[in-house]
Design a protein around this ligand. Structure first.
Ligand code: SAM
Ligand code: DTB
Ligand code: SF4
Length: 367
């Protein structure tokens, strides 16, 4: 059962969300145990492959160029750096790597070619590869799929009603289209939202309702608590109560029994006890490592300790779907062939110049 039809209206979802907390958690835990191994939690690693300087105006985001935040902007990382970071993450137990770029949209340029190589290389390491690169069209999604992309993250963030209070540079519809393009390419969809942006509980349920109305709901639903960053329009938002996060995780779990609910941004403000309730209520993944994309996350060792105390195990990769096969990419093959031909041409020209320099010169003696 991908969605629970009992909760296909906003009213039903609201009623669920507002249930006495422990009843809600119990119901969620019961669903979780039916569809998932409750001892397993996936450790995913986040890597910001291109940071800051984004033209969009998402009110929560420290990477938007128009806000004055402390983010260290950098252009696209090299494939080698990404592979090195992926290997470290894997050695620490991460089974999924999510690469994020502060782009409005994917463009068909050299940077995207490099991302394709990153996807191929990380998939070859045996990790689930997820990307979040902004809007993309169907051809771009297909290229990513062929490179071995397992999942694409593209959040709706909030309800259609509250959306315009958060972002003005792209429409809700644009987001739905990108999700659709990932889906059409056969990529697993990761899409969720943020709570604590000043929205009403109705908006949180409105977000879930948007997923309810999809033909295929996301396989993965990240629930983020706003990380309020100085310089963004949401800097002054008060942190949400931990109970709200637990309620949101539990409601998502019950409404989408088969999806992985990810306890995402905001864990530095949560106690271990609150996180334990989230795991009980069906959270099946956390981001591991001391940094999310640009903001802090609990230290890796703290999480290892928490897993030990709670008796949780790190989930292996591809437990919920087969590893994609990385096919060679015609654009990259053509680029490499062109580069090789150019290198050969240069080497030949260099040899020729050397020969001419060393050829005995005719010396004419005058007089
Ligand atoms: N630029 C791409 C996009 O927006 O689709 C990908 C990167 S973007 C940083 C990925 C997601 O991170 C956003 O959709 C949002 O849900 C989440 N996010 C960004 N800033 C956040 C914050 N301060 N607190 C919580 N979540 C945040
Ligand atoms: C998601 O839903 N949360 C992650 C991941 N998808 C890409 C990102 C959280 C970002 C938090 C703010 C930051 O570190 O910049
Ligand atoms: Fe740009 Fe993504 Fe941040 Fe929006 S959330 S400003 S699109 S990096």
């Amino acid at each position: 059962m991908k969605v629970n039809p009992q909760y296909s209206t906003k009213e039903a979802l609201l009623e669920l969300y507002n249930k006495p907390l422990l009843e809600l958690v119990f119901e969620a835990a019961t669903v979780h145990r039916k569809y998932h191994n409750p001892r397993e939690v996936q450790m995913s690693s986040l890597l910001s492959i291109k940071t800051g300087g984004c033209p969009e105006d998402c009110g929560y985001c420290p990477q938007a160029a128009r806000y004055h935040t402390d983010v260290d902007t950098h252009k696209l990382m090299t494939v080698e750096t990404v592979v090195e970071q992926a290997k470290n993450a894997k050695a620490n137990g991460a089974s999924r790597l999510c690469m994020g770029a502060a782009w409005r949209e994917v463009r068909d340029n050299r940077d995207f070619d490099n991302v394709i190589e990153m996807v191929q290389s990380v998939n070859d390491l045996g990790m689930e590869v997820c990307c979040t690169l902004g809007m993309m069209n169907e051809d771009q999604a297909l290229r990513l799929k062929k490179a071995g992309l397992f999942a694409y993250n593209h959040n709706l963030d909030t309800s259609p009603d509250y959306y315009d209070d958060v972002i003005s540079t792209r429409e809700y519809e644009d987001r739905l289209n990108t999700i659709d393009n990932a889906r059409k390419a056969g990529i697993s969809v990761c899409s969720g939202g943020i709570i604590g942006m000043g929205e009403a509980v109705e908006d949180r349920m409105g977000l879930l309702l948007s997923y309810m109305q999809m033909e295929n709901p996301p396989e993965s639903i990240p629930i983020n608590a706003l990380v309020a960053v100085e310089g963004t329009p949401m800097a002054e938002q008060k942190p949400i109560e931990q109970w709200e996060m637990i309620r949101m995780v539990a409601t998502t779990r019950i409404a989408f029994p088969q999806s992985i609910v990810r306890l995402s941004a905001g864990r530095t403000k949560m106690s271990m006890e609150a996180q334990a309730l989230c795991f009980m209520a069906g959270a099946g993944s956390v981001f591991a490592g001391d940094k999310l994309l640009t903001t802090p996350n609990p230290e890796f060792n703290e999480d290892v300790e928490m897993f030990k105390i709670l008796g949780l195990e790190m989930k292996a990769p591809f437990a919920d779907g087969e590893q994609p096969i990385s096919e060679s990419d015609p654009i990259i093959e053509a680029r490499k062939a062109k580069e090789a031909a150019r290198a050969k041409e240069l080497a030949e020209a260099r040899e020729k110049a050397k020969d001419e320099n060393f050829a005995p010169r005719k010396v004419t003696v005058e007089g």
